[in-house]
Write a protein that binds this ligand. Structure first.
Ligand code: IPE
Ligand code: IPE
Ligand code: MG
Ligand code: MG
Ligand code: MG
Length: 333
């Protein structure tokens, strides 16, 4: 295919065709998941593999990257970068950098949440132990910051700091029974939203742009609400459902149900929480309409996010951002 654009020449002299959205045939297609899986994922994974060549890390990295994942964040970086007219090389480095930050965050997150599975496979800490989970996670974060172009490094470090604040709040909320929806949303804005915000902001630091899609960030809490709902479905890839219940996590359903029986179960140590306890929580969420409420909030947030794209001129990237918004909540994993 003659794309009319040249590929990116890598450090080792190979020419890399990034196959960004505007270079793809049929780019009006709404099949976001296919684009992520067939275009973004191979490109990002290959680049991760080639950018971390230290043999002491390679099999660990292959393990974690090979467990799957949607590659939503690099996809978002590429879409926004194309809207801003970014150069390909710094854009690709940014896309790979955010995925590595995400990878580091998942390795550490499973450790702190006590989750033994991720994407249907043993979590990194289960496979390689806690010492390696901490160390490899640290390496990935540091490597990501070296990969991200200088103009965006401080922004990226700030996003990671914000994410860790969100994680602190996530731990702290587990001990309380009086959490408000506003507190939940604030926590999510940090633990999940900070990295997604970086995906939107990073390309904007790489070029002069008057792009204004700030309202699109209403999508991040919708994404996390879907994640909380997925904890009750097999798609979360954890072999069992109700891992957030075992870990005592306060989700939007917990806040909406506001039921002492739920809090009592959440307060139990994870190893004492039974499958019946998880069923009980699920039944209470059904009875109190808390699943319905969470789904409703999720959809209103998506509508809000997509409204922020209305003023954008029509383009393949705009179509894909709309599709990405829907995919965040329609996804089954
Ligand atoms: C999981 O994110 C972590 C959260 C912020 C909820 P994703 O669901 O995007 O993870 P992968 O990479 O696609 O597995
Ligand atoms: C993850 O949130 C947020 C970060 C990784 C910073 P969750 O703990 O809800 O994510 P999952 O459910 O483990 O993917
Ligand atoms: Mg977790
Ligand atoms: Mg967590
Ligand atoms: Mg979760």
């Amino acid at each position: 295919m003659d794309t009319g654009q040249s590929g990116v020449v890598e450090g080792d002299g190979t020419v890399w065709d990034p196959r960004l959205v505007s270079m793809m045939p049929n780019h009006a297609s709404d099949d976001l998941a296919t684009w992520l899986a067939q275009e973004v994922q191979p490109m990002v994974d290959d680049r991760i593999e080639r950018s971390i060549r230290d043999r002491r890390y390679q099999d660990r990295l292959r393990y974690q990257v090979g467990t799957g994942g949607k590659r939503l964040r690099p996809g978002l970086v590429l879409l926004v970068g194309e809207l801003c007219g970014c150069d390909q090389q710094p854009l690709l480095d940014s896309a790979v950098g955010v995925e590595l930050i995400h990878t580091f965050s998942l390795i550490h997150d499973d450790l702190v949440d006590g989750d033994r599975h991720r994407r249907d496979d043993p979590a990194f800490w289960v496979e390689y132990g806690t010492a390696e989970a901490i160390n490899v996670g640290d390496m990935l974060l540091a490597h990501a910051l070296t990969l991200i172009p200088d103009e965006g490094t401080t922004l990226a470090a700030e996003a990671v700091r914000e994410m860790t604040v969100g994680q602190q709040v996530d731990f702290a909320l587990a001990d309380r029974r009086d959490i408000t929806e506003a507190e939940y949303l604030d926590m999510v804005e940090k633990k999940t939203g900070a990295l997604f915000d970086l995906c939107v902001e990073l390309p904007q630091t790489l070029t002069d742009t008057d792009l204004d899609i700030d309202g699109y960030s209403a999508l991040w809490p919708a994404f996390q609400i879907r994640d909380d709902l997925l904890d009750f479905e097999a798609g979360k890839g954890r072999k069992t459902i109700g891992n957030d219940v075992r870990a005592g996590k306060h989700t939007l359903m917990v806040i909406h149900a506001d039921d002492e029986r739920v809090y009592d179960i959440l307060d139990k140590p994870a190893e004492q929480t039974t499958a019946e306890d998880v069923d009980t929580v699920q039944e209470i969420f059904e009875e109190t309409g808390s699943f319905d409420y969470a789904r409703h909030r999720m959809h209103t947030l998506v509508d809000e996010a997509l409204a922020a794209l209305e003023t954008l001129p029509d383009s393949p990237q705009r179509h894909r951002l709309i599709a990405l918004g829907r995919y965040c909540t329609d996804r089954d994993h």
